[in-house]
Write a protein that binds this ligand. Sequence first.
Ligand code: MEV
Length: 299
Amino acid sequence: MATCSAPGKIYLFGEHAVVHGEPAVACAVELRTRVTVLPAKSTSVISNGKPLGFGGGPYIENTLKIMEKFLVLPPLSIRIDSEIPIAAGIGSSAALTVALLRALSIEFGVKMDLSMIAATAHRVERVVQGAASPTDTFVSTMGGVVVVPERRHLSPLGCKIVIGEAERGVGEKTREMVSRVAELRETYPDVVDPIFNAIGRLTRNGVRLIEDDDCKGIGRLMNINDGLLEALGVGTTMLSRLVHAARDAGAFGAKITGAGGGGCIVALTDDPQEVARGIEDAGGRAIVVEIAREGVREE
Ligand code: MEV
């Protein structure tokens, strides 16, 4: 039996534009998905106490398919316990894929170092999502604050992170949101490319501000990034409500995080309780999170 856990993530800057070649900064957060695997008489997947049908869903199915290239897998009992809101844009599927790969590699003695885990998990996301940047899977594997595509770690932020959950079930929509943005770009390349470009530029500026631990500056750029995500059409009424509630409660900045179309916002602040209250008063669910310095690990 092997049990491994991997963290979720938020984007400080750059989601969507990163799929089109711009840089992004994401940060692993201390909400973990734990996966236990052990050989069994027949394959079953239990997630947070409930059995999952259809082979456990596309991320598990495709992870097992890739592992079958290294060895013949026996039937497995797979147990998942997740603190990450499922399908809410906080990287629950990347954490699941990464933790499952690590647990399988330990249980069956397949040599996979962390960069191979990250690369293999990225392959799984590409298959399931159609297009995927390496951000979610790399950050979940390695932990910390990371600039992609360089895969360089930045120093952790001095201020606090508050997540505001608006609607659940956005994860299933990642594929749809990514292809919707791609379609917008194909239709109006001269309009959308400058938006991607501006997101890339604010991300590069954001990297410098993170290195200086300038939370006020980082927050201002997050606000600009949110406006540009709105322009790409991935906002919702509820996400906007929570972004503004967080800012009104004194956050340095707040933005949509992840694919959008529902899911979560992220805010930076020195006063997490006040920002969490603002988000809850606006109808969201607030989660105050710490940065996860460690990525995937054996439990
Ligand atoms: C989803 O968490 C982030 C997107 O940029 C897609 C990706 O990077 O694969 C929308």
